[in-house]
Ligand binder design. Structure first.
Ligand code: SF4
Length: 174
């Protein structure tokens, strides 16, 4: 084998190793196959401004936006492990709010988003029912913020114990 052929062969092997390593890192990240158009997870490529939906009064930055064959997919990264009982309702609601925001701010149709927990990812369908439910929650939150008095909405002692407003809240339990 000539030195040139050896060198070209070496470059080819190196290219394959780099490609395989990149594929492995994408698989480990839990991101779907596609082109990452935006990422805020490592704070390296921050959007100049957050996405804004004036229609729904929403603003925010998902951790990733990936363009896939199914359209744009928001990905929200969580540091906790995947719960045995399935994704937390709050995480699902947050991701769905991002789907609404992306759909309105960037246009197009979204089919799903992804919650990436520490040990596995979960595909969350962006269904009309889920969308309506989250819009209702947003509306309820807006009404609550406008209301002069907000009463406790639960009976969980542990929640009050961990709450930052405990010292000043007259409705705390325990
Ligand atoms: S301390 Fe008050 S604000 Fe905090 S969780 Fe309990 S009731 Fe809610």
């Amino acid at each position: 084998m000539t030195p040139t052929a050896f060198f070209l062969g070496f470059l080819l092997v190196l290219a394959v190793l780099v490609w395989a390593n990149a594929r492995r890192r994408i698989a480990q990240s839990g991101l779907p196959e596609g082109h990452v158009t935006y990422q805020d997870a490592d704070r390296r490529h921050k959007l100049a401004r957050p996405l804004i939906s004036r229609r729904y009064g929403l603003a925010g930055k998902p951790d990733y936006l990936v363009v896939t064959t199914e359209g744009v997919v928001p990905v929200e990264v969580k540091s906790h492990s995947y719960p045995n009982s399935g994704p937390y309702e709050s995480d699902t609601a947050q991701l769905t709010a991002y789907c609404i925001l992306v759909e309105d701010a960037l246009g197009g149709t979204l089919t799903h988003g992804i919650i990436q927990c520490a040990n596995r990812s979960s595909r969350i369908e962006y269904s009309p029912h889920r969308r309506e439910r989250v819009l209702q929650i947003i509306e309820e939150m807006r009404r609550t913020l406008d209301s002069p008095t907000v009463h406790r909405s639960h009976t969980q002692r542990g929640r009050c114990r961990a709450c930052g407003f405990r010292a000043v809240c007259e409705e705390r339990i325990g």
